[in-house]
Design a protein around this ligand. Sequence first.
Ligand SMILES: *Cc1c(COP(=O)(O)O)cnc(C)c1O
Length: 463
Amino acid sequence: MPYPKPTRRSWAEPWKVKVVEPIRMTTREYREKCIAEAGYNTFLLRSEDVYIDLLTDSGTSAMSDNQWAGMMLGDEAYAGSRNFYHLWEAVTEYYGYQYVVPTHQGRGAEHIISQIMIKEGDYVPGNMYFTTTRLHQELAGGTFVDVIIDEAHDPANEHPFKGDVDLDKLQKLIDEVGADKIPYVAVAGTVNMAGGQPQSMANMRALRRLCDQHHIPIVLDATRAVENAYFIQQREAGYRDKKIAEILKEYCSYTDSCTMSAKKDTLVNIGGWLATNDEGLFEEARNMVVVYEGLHTYGGLAGRDMEAMARGIVESVDDDHIRARVGQVEYLGQHLIDWGVPVVRPIGGHAVFLDARAIYEHIPQDQFPAQALAADLYIDSGVRSMERGVVSAGRDPKTGDHRYPKLELVRLTIPRRVYTQAHMDVVAESALEVYEKREQARGLRFVYEPKYLRFFQARFERV
Ligand SMILES: *Cc1c(COP(=O)(O)O)cnc(C)c1O
């Protein structure tokens, strides 16, 4: 019998492997011991005990030979490193902002911009929160207000741009508190906490118009803006024939400033920046970075790190790269959809999100179903994921109660250029196995709860 002719033409990654890092498969008994010792928190596992690590795509991507070559060209002068100028040129060319301040990672930039722009009693609207972003807004005296469209809170809703800002919600906030109490609108390109969901160009343009009427600046969280550009290219009328680089630049052009975690889109292990078109803000940020990060021409980074970022920016906007990156996430997600495992739809840009509320229906939210699901997935196969639900949402600073988000998710985050399609098959099969055994699952309770960003270091036991 000849092989049947394939019914489709496959595509493959636009790279080949040059260096390999061995990973280790362990036994179920061993993993049960590991996760109990880690307090049922996947952040507290040793990476050696993990088989396929989908905890985060932050700083976990594989650099290219070109980036590694750039590392050898690090100019480690304290001031005025040539790599700083390369980074500056890459940010201004591809993101379009005029001024750049490097920071050690995204939260370094968030800290600085929050301290400069937010005053006690201000309100900062955003298209859903991100953990570090909101915390820095709160530490600066601001109150975060979620103005994302309602569809974003519904994991089954197939809206193509669930990251869109609800302009009516924003208008209502402006009417209630006044534009002078709103230092800026914080928008994220592909909203991590909503499941990696994009914002449309049309929505960004409309947001710009509304903000112009009230003289409110827009600060972009550009961490995943390249992935956002890919979804615009694929889903929004008029962008099919445009290059990712062109779409990215247009998207950023509607905003005044950005913060960036280069550990994501930019394909480096560490780094970030703050960029702006506002000269006054730049002067202040350039001054403040000296206090918290380092001189304004290195911001807590080595020269070689800035070179890797400069080269990573160029690689990140390559159309073939981003198609393969998001394509791999879709490959995993489509398997789970086909097998009936509840996931956030549509599949996002950087991760597949298991709907823990639907999978562990019998576990009440105050027993942390997503935290329990992440632990059970690890026990099944050594795949490490993370909770994005009530534990990540933290407590309300005013009432002290848990914040109960509508989305109770487990995130399977795919590092860029690291794992193969076969790894994705293993992950999908394990998620199915855990789903099929869902009735045996039990919830968790806190034995230790840190004050800030509790999901990183919290410890639990089974109820
Ligand atoms: C990771 C991330 C941040 C924070 O950046 P760090 O580099 O981890 O400090 C901010 N916003 C978004 C959307 C992120 O994904």
